[in-house]
Design a protein around this ligand. Structure first.
Ligand code: ZN
Ligand code: ZN
Ligand code: FE
Length: 754
């Protein structure tokens, strides 16, 4: 005899990324298919499902919730409660509910899906050429959300009342736009409009046609996109690109390029399969790839063998590429160093004099968010800038942390807030130091606090007293925890990889204040989140000029050369004798001289000594040139010494500097120099393992954005049977510092040390 299934009612409370990802429609379809009655709704904590039916059917639903969840969803936890049956007859989506203090995860923005792309390109479709076409699987999320739970009313779509057709799709469980909060169409949704300096205005299709005409004619157009404005121009026109460079006062810094499709991408760059998949994946980041021939102007990235490419990620972008346009520069809509403009008024004001025309729209951007940048290094995508489509997804800390705010560093600023097991690292904010970026920093902190219902009890900061983020932390009135910069780098790498320690931490970096008051940046640590010991570092070199040396690698060259060249051989540099004498006098008399173990400055010095780059008009330009020119087939390394008589040990690269200067072939020398650093890393780690028995190595710090160095160092370490831990969630550069500060501060709080 078969036991009859009994009627049950069960409440399933689901936490994770379950709002704005088509989760309620998915649950609704599933429950109806299985024949269960009840309801599903968003709440402040996530999604609540109540189902009524035979217990085996409820069991099936619960299994399939996990197994068949929509691709963008992530279920972190499911809780079940048994309730008395109420006799519901159907299954429906009901009104969202608000519980004080609860917190739902917010979905990141998602690139246009294939189905929406097809709708936009189909002349028979209601949304043909409609720039704001989205569905439950794609479209803006974080950039438009004002609060949780995620409903149309809490987003900047609130002012747009659905037309009858959109409303019907919204209610139809069989439709891809069932409960899509961003649903819109030409009849009811946002609209584009073109404004020009000469007063021409156009709307809808006319605005897009006129925009394309102007871009083809070489004009610069400010385009309001998903997370902010871009400045766009025809990337195949040298003249247009140079005009943009001049008006934006941008020096040689590379521009990102959006290409029409994968065919154009393959023509412009040498793409691996992984790079192709990244370009077309759901995040659509800027991918840094190797240039091929192609038609894109060299001025996009002068003297650079790489280029940042992306594909159109909204229908609006897609529509810019009709009628023969193949590649557009899409650079942040700002003046150098300012946050990108997000409102129409702000763009018209700040970009006046740069843009010839403005493609505006009326769907407001609430959270400013730049394009993300990734580069494939050591076989996996590594974030260089973490923003659109990645933020604000939380990072699982593995254990609960007290609520705290970590303020990050100074350049490539991000902040991090913690709540229970989650760390919320903000999107890239930019370089602090202007009033505008600092205002953006403060706004980001306030918004994340509100969105995730976090009231920080502690604040973590860098040790550098002059960083604006440090000052902000100290003025917050909260108990403050100072964290050494390179310890934070290593901790960020540990945290995102779920590594507890102990580890050997190799931090190769530009600048960070050390515990001894000197500028560190070539560091070998052993330890964990609570403690670290500085086992070894690049030998201190007296550097003349501090910040000026960052912009003028020739100053580094003179400093490293004088330090290394015991025989007093002169170094040939294209620098006026008077300027050179000033630097030499500074070094002789130790005026404005700092001692540094920075690996970034070492790269600058070597690039200049090899005659590759003597001035830098953007960060790390000389180091990028050195990597770019390096002969991949070069063999052998330059000599160096590891002095382990004292503590910490010092790594003496003077023999390498002396050998470098005699080289005629800069490409070969650059290749050998990369080998040399990889050897330094491998040998020092091997020595540390002999003393401490640690065989796990975390590589972090901005220098590891260098693909050649990272891959060589990782390969050497693996040959020695080390486990190599690299970044893949937050950047190895200072964009990851806030996460590292957060986990170190949490550990100190746990131990009662803060
Ligand atoms: Zn879609
Ligand atoms: Zn509509
Ligand atoms: Fe750093």
């Amino acid at each position: 005899m078969v036991a009859a299934s009994t009627l049950q009612r069960t409440r399933v409370s689901i936490r994770g990324i379950v709002q704005g990802v088509g989760f309620r429609p998915f649950v609704c379809r599933l429950a109806r298919e299985i024949g269960l009655s009840g309801s599903v709704r968003n709440c402040t904590a996530g999604v609540v499902v109540e189902v009524e039916g035979p217990d085996d059917a409820i069991g099936e639903l619960i299994d399939r919730l996990r197994g068949e969840a929509p691709p963008l969803a992530r279920i972190d936890a499911m809780e079940l409660d048994h309730l008395p049956p109420r006799g519901d007859r159907a299954f429906s989506v009901t009104e969202s509910t608000v519980e004080p203090g609860a917190c739902a995860l917010v979905a990141a923005d998602v690139a246009m899906c294939d189905a929406c792309r097809a709708d936009v390109l189909d002349p028979w479709n209601h949304r043909y050429r409609y720039p704001f076409t989205t569905c439950t699987n794609c479209g803006p999320r974080y950039s438009i959300i004002r609060d949780i739970p995620y409903d149309r009313g809490t987003t900047t779509m609130a002012p747009f009342a659905m037309c009858a057709q959109c409303a019907a799709e919204y209610r139809d469980a069989a439709d891809r736009r069932f409960h899509a909060e961003t649903i819109a169409c030409p009849a009811c949704g946002p609209e584009v409009m073109l404004a020009t300096a000469d007063g021409t205005a156009a709307r809808g299709h006319y605005a897009l046609t006129e925009t394309r005409r102007r871009l083809s004619a070489g004009e610069l157009v400010a385009v309001r996109g998903l997370g902010g404005f871009h400045l766009a121009c025809d990337a195949t026109s040298d003249e247009a690109v140079q005009r943009l460079r001049a008006r934006k006062r941008r020096g040689d810094k590379p521009f990102a390029v959006m290409v029409r499709d994968e065919t154009i991408a393959a023509r412009e760059a040498l793409l691996s399969d992984l790079e192709r998949r990244l370009l077309a994946g759901r995040e659509h980041p800027i991918v840094i790839v190797s240039r091929a021939g192609g038609a894109i102007s060299r001025s996009v990235a002068p003297q650079n063998d790489t280029i940042g490419l992306m594909l159109p990620y909204t229908p609006l972008h897609l529509l810019l590429f009709e009628e023969g346009i193949e590649a557009l520069v899409m650079t942040s809509g700002n003046l150098s160093d300012e946050p990108i403009a997000i409102s129409n008024e702000d763009a018209l004001e700040r970009l006046r004099g740069i843009a010839d025309a403005f493609l505006l729209h009326d769907r407001d951007i609430h959270n400013r968010i730049d394009d993300s940048v990734v580069r494939v290094i050591d076989g996996r995508p590594r974030p260089i800038r973490r923003a659109r489509a990645f933020a604000p997804h939380p990072i699982d800390l593995g254990a609960p942390a007290p609520p705290l705010l970590a303020c990050g560093a100074e350049l490539k600023s991000t902040v991090c807030l913690t709540r229970e097991r989650s760390a919320f690292v903000s999107q890239h904010i930019g370089d602090l130091g202007t009033y505008e970026t600092m205002a953006c920093f403060e706004e980001t902190v306030e918004r994340l606090k509100k969105l995730f219902r976090i009231t920080p009890q502690f604040v973590a900061h860098d040790l550098h007293p002059a960083y604006l983020s440090t000052r902000y932390a100290k003025e917050s009135g909260l108990p403050a925890v100072g964290v050494q910069h390179h310890h934070a780098h290593i901790a960020s790498c540990m945290a995102e990889n779920g590594v507890q320690g102990p580890v050997i931490g190799v931090a190769m970096d530009g600048t960070g204040l050390g515990l001894d008051g000197r500028i560190w940046g070539g560091e070998f640590f052993a330890g964990d989140l609570a403690r670290f010991e500085r086992i070894a570092h690049l030998r201190y070199v007296p550097l003349a000029g501090g910040d000026a040396a960052v912009r003028q690698p020739w100053r580094c060259a003179i400093s490293y050369w004088r330090d290394a060249a015991a025989d007093g051989r002169p170094l040939e540099l294209p620098v006026a004798a008077a300027q050179r004498r000033i630097v030499e006098t500074m070094l002789d008399r130790r005026i404005n001289v700092i001692d540094t173990s920075s690996c970034g400055r070492l790269f600058d010095a070597v690039a200049s000594i090899l005659g590759l780059r003597h001035e830098a008009n953007f960060e790390a330009q000389a180091a990028i040139a050195l990597e770019g020119v390096a002969d991949r087939g070069a063999e052998g390394a330059y000599p160096f010494d590891i002095d382990d008589r004292g503590e910490p040990w010092t790594i003496d690269l003077r023999p390498a500097i002396r050998a470098l200067a005699g080289e005629r072939d800069a490409a070969m020398a650059a290749g050998k120099f990369h080998h040399t650093l990889a050897s330094v890393i491998a040998e020092v780690c091997a020595s540390i393992r002999r003393r401490q028995g640690i065989d796990r190595v975390c590589l972090s710090g901005g220098v590891f954005q260098n693909k050649l160095l990272t891959e060589r160092a990782a390969a050497r370490l693996r040959e020695l049977r080390f486990q190599v831990v690299l970044h893949s969630i937050v950047p190895c550069n200072d964009g990851g510092i806030s996460l590292g500060q957060a986990v170190i501060a949490a550990e100190r709080v746990r131990r009662g040390e803060a």
